[in-house]
Write a protein that binds this ligand. Structure first.
Ligand code: PMP
Ligand code: GLN
Length: 385
């Protein structure tokens, strides 16, 4: 091992390895069923692989344009228009990214300056605040109230200051599975009216909403869309989290700034996967069928949990199910998650990691993006706890 003599003044002194990596590693070490990190344990459809392989074989293996392959941007434009009624310009208002994480980091780096405030909702997805702090911004936390996890817009109003540069929203929400609706977006539009506050809208679970609800995309609210960067990820939609491909939508002037950073951050994203996805997504049933597909898994997993001592919270979207465990243990959730992995054989995510002050409501997150056999095997263990 090399020993460095360089004095390190960490930009992120409080940050360790992400909980997803930590819990997946622990699950592997213990041979536990991994319901912690969010990824499917089943395959995408062969048609996606065939389209991608065809692109490779046809020699489509060199740099694509910086903003992404035109075929993919045009498929995205068509999908967004048909779902949300907004026509984003293929050349100037859509950029393909190396997943949503890169999109979010790049958006923050492009717009947030040292000392700027960025409002986030807690529990907050773990990549936002480190990105804000890396560029010298300051996260300001608005609560999503337990156990409904809905925003309190009056509190948001009170937290907005002259230094607020950006508000980050995430619906469907990870880790809670709660949704924003069109009324929430209308309030946000009103709160930001006549300001220079931008909205960064993380919509990676846009196609995973349940019980007949419609995803309220910022793209469907023209006033909000004009000040927003909308982020999505193909990883969630087509069961390919390891491909790390997503996209952003934004008004041309905002996108121009986004691309200034993007081009020196990743420049662009691998060509054949973009072409494979472009072809595959032309069949809209593939993303439109996702809500039913995951609703079935949610219901299957919830049925497995019946008769257990976990108390399930509502799940309106995403592929995550929260549960309280007060009836089982009074351990803090991080300890409980480790105990579950080691002793019960089912790995989960402790929800307190999504709070900056470590708030612990004794809630853990299960990922149900798994085969029924996996969920049934987990259910058997969980009912015995
Ligand atoms: N935002 C949220 C809310 C997520 O849950 C995830 C990943 N699970 C991401 C962003 C990152 O997506 P990607 O893997 O495309 O970087
Ligand atoms: N977003 C995924 C989750 O919530 C994990 C992504 C990651 O491992 N960084 O589980």
């Amino acid at each position: 091992m090399l020993q460095t003599s360089v004095a390190i003044d960490s930009k992120l002194p409080w940050v360790g390895t992400t909980i997803f990596t930590v819990m997946s590693r622990l699950a592997a070490d213990c041979g536990a069923i991994n319901l912690s990190q969010g990824f499917p344990d089943f395959q995408a459809e062969p048609a996606l692989f065939e389209a991608t392989l065809r692109a490779m074989r046809e020699g489509r293996n060199q740099y694509p344009p910086m903003a992404g392959m035109p075929e993919l941007r045009s498929a995205i434009a068509d999908k967004v228009e048909s779902l949300y009624g907004a026509r984003y310009d293929t050349d100037q208002e859509i950029t393909v990214t190396a997943g949503a994480t890169q999109a979010i980091f790049t958006a923050i780096a492009a717009f947030v300056r040292g000392g700027d405030e960025v409002l986030v909702f807690e529990p907050v997805y773990d990549s936002y605040v480190p990105a804000i702090e890396t560029v010298g911004g300051k996260a300001v936390y608005a609560p999503l109230d337990f156990p409904d996890y809905k925003p309190d817009w009056n509190q948001v109003r009170a937290l907005i200051s002259p230094r607020t540069r950006m508000i980050i929203i995430n619906s469907p929400h990870n880790p809670t599975g709660s949704l924003l609706n069109a009324d929430d977006l209308a309030v946000l539009a009103e709160l930001t009216r006549d300001t220079d506050i931008m909205v960064l809208s993380d919509e990676v679970y846009e196609h995973i909403v349940f019980d007949g609800a419609r995803h309220a995309s910022v793209a469907s609210n023209p006033e909000l869309a004009a000040r927003s960067i909308v982020v999505s990820s193909f990883g969630k939609t087509y069961h390919i989290t390891g491909w790390k491909i997503g996209y952003v939508l934004a008004a041309a002037a905002l996108m121009n700034e986004f691309r200034k950073v993007h081009q020196f951050n990743v420049f662009t994203v691998n060509t054949p996967c973009q072409l494979g996805i472009a072809e595959y997504m032309r069949d809209a049933s593939r993303h439109l069928g996702l809500a039913g597909f995951y609703q079935h898994k949610r219901d299957f997993f919830r049925a497995q949990m019946q008769g257990s001592r976990f108390e399930l919270l509502p799940c309106s979207g995403t592929y995550f199910q929260l549960a309280r465990y007060d009836a089982i243990s009074d351990q803090p959730d991080r300890e409980f998650a480790r105990w579950m992995t080691r002793e019960v054989g089912v790995a989960v995510i402790p929800v307190s990691v999504f709070y900056q002050n470590g708030r612990d409501d004794r809630v853990v997150r299960f990922c149900f993006a798994k085969q029924e056999s996996t969920l049934a095997a987990a259910g058997e263990k969980l009912r015995r706890v």
